[in-house]
Ligand binder design. Sequence first.
Ligand code: ADP
Ligand code: TYD
Length: 208
Amino acid sequence: MRGKFIVLEGIDGSGTTTQLERAVAYLAGLGRRATATREPSAGPIGRLLRDALLGRLHMPDGGQLDGRTMALLFAADRIDHLQREIEPQLAAGTTVVSDRYLLSSLAYQAEETDRAWVASLARGVLTPDLTILLDVPIEVAARRRTAAGRPSERYDADAYLARVAANYRELARREGSVVILDGGRSIDEVAALVCRAIDSLFASGEKP
Ligand code: ADP
Ligand code: TYD
């Protein structure tokens, strides 16, 4: 049987990386084969994107990549990630949990280039079985990033993330497979909510 595809989304500092590990451990505890992955991916385009996010690309004019180029790179990384990692694992019956996927592009790149064009790049891309949006106030996410000593990145200004957070909520309202959780609670409380959402996904798949 094909594995399930589960995605964690939220603004920078919302806790997706923390909950990724928890979710995979929970699935393993249930005796299900599960693997963790993330976007930007570990592949060559993902590595290029991480350098771009950290301002480490050393552009000839000292500037940075424009929004359209970023959108194309994220879209290319996703196709590479899907065919190299996600699809083979799902086909082998493994549940794949990804820290970020398509909703990130629709929420972040829509703010720096044409929204409809960004959406058009997503056409035909695999839809997750479940996307979990960790909704966290901007100030809470900023405090967490500071406490974790995170270097500053391309998209982590509070004003930008406020627009991204609004995009996420709007997308979640429109897409049927997105569940919004209160990511402002403790790590254990959020993990319990994530586990419950995962349980519902498997329960719905097992109904006659
Ligand atoms: P993201 O991947 O969404 O940027 P992380 O999972 O890396 O977020 O979390 C950012 C920081 O906040 C880490 O230091 C992590 O330990 C901490 N953190 C994550 N979730 C919570 C939570 N629910 N409550 C308090 N701190 C948290
Ligand atoms: P990362 O360091 O992984 O942040 P986090 O641990 O908070 O997820 O950086 C990912 C950054 O890339 C984050 O700012 C969101 C952004 N991003 C996009 O803008 N579009 C995308 O399609 C993806 C996958 C990520």
